[in-house]
Ligand binder design. Structure first.
Ligand code: ATP
Ligand code: MG
Length: 230
């Protein structure tokens, strides 16, 4: 469904991604793993079009996205939950969710399913985003991306800084979206237990390159200690 090939990217002189390749098969939950600073977020921002790339090709659902602006990628059905959530603190929960609908480029109502998945958002509809807890903000960021009606949902460390019971709830919801509703997921995650539980495939990055990939069941302790443990 998503195919990234030969991606090179850098910021002001220092190259971050080196001939990076990534394949996200339709229906999979593919997890990108790697230590801090290896370029995981840069990879996602390159896919979304918010980081400029030097070379490479990004194809989504058979259409080349390389060079198209972020709005176009969203409209084609790529939903994005950025690292650190990036909700608008001054806007209400409802207004934050509406932005997801606007980003879809279709005149639509906010899907009721968002509230079915995250009832807490309905009860806090008129509260300011900035007044929500970290876990609630993460739910809002996922809800906003789902409001777009995505074909592919990309999440950058959705469990970062969140208390264990919400982490497990978010895991339940991602599993439901992926396995019951068939939504394709691309997840960046450093929590190994969460990644093993939710994802079907892994891609390990090290210093801007893809160094190992396979089914989650093939993620050996040897790979973990070589590329993931600090
Ligand atoms: N806007 C930017 N300008 C310059 N350098 C950047 C920028 N964003 C990231 N970098 C650098 O690019 C490298 C990769 O960063 P990136 O955020 O992609 O890593 P990451 O794997 O997502 O790390 P983490 O696990 O901490 O989120 C780092 O060395 C970082 O300092
Ligand atoms: Mg990151």
């Amino acid at each position: 469904m998503l195919d990234v090939a030969g991606l090179n990217q850098g910021y002001a002189g220092s190259q971050i991604l080196w001939n990076m390749a990534l394949e996200v098969p339709e229906g999979s939950c593919t997890c990108v793993m790697g230590r801090n600073g290896v370029g995981k977020t840069t990879l996602l921002r390159s896919i979304m079009g918010s980081a400029r790339i030097m070379s490479g090709k990004i194809t989504f659902a058979g259409i080349e996205l390389t060079g198209s602006p972020p709005e176009t990628r969203a409209r084609r059905g790529v939903g994005y939950v950025p690292q650190g959530r990036e909700i608008f603190p001054q806007l209400t929960v409802g207004e934050n969710l509406e932005l997801g609908v606007v980003a879809s480029g279709r005149r639509k109502k906010l899907p009721e399913r968002v509230f079915e998945l995250f009832p807490v958002l309905k009860s806090m509809l008129h509260r300011r985003g900035g007044d929500l807890s970290g876990g609630q903000q993460q739910q809002l960021a996922i809800g906003r991306a789902l409001a777009l009606g995505p074909k592919l949902l990309i999440l950058d460390e959705p469990t970062e800084g969140i208390q264990p019971n919400i982490v497990s709830e978010i895991g339940d919801i991602l599993i439901r979206l992926n396995r019951e509703e068939g939504l394709t997921l691309l997840l960046v995650e450093q929590k190994l237990a969460f990644a093993r539980r939710v994802a079907s495939r892994f891609v390990i990055m090290d210093r801007g390159r893809s160094v190992a990939t396979g089914a989650m069941s093939e993620l050996t302790d040897e790979l973990v200690s070589r590329h993931l443990t600090v």
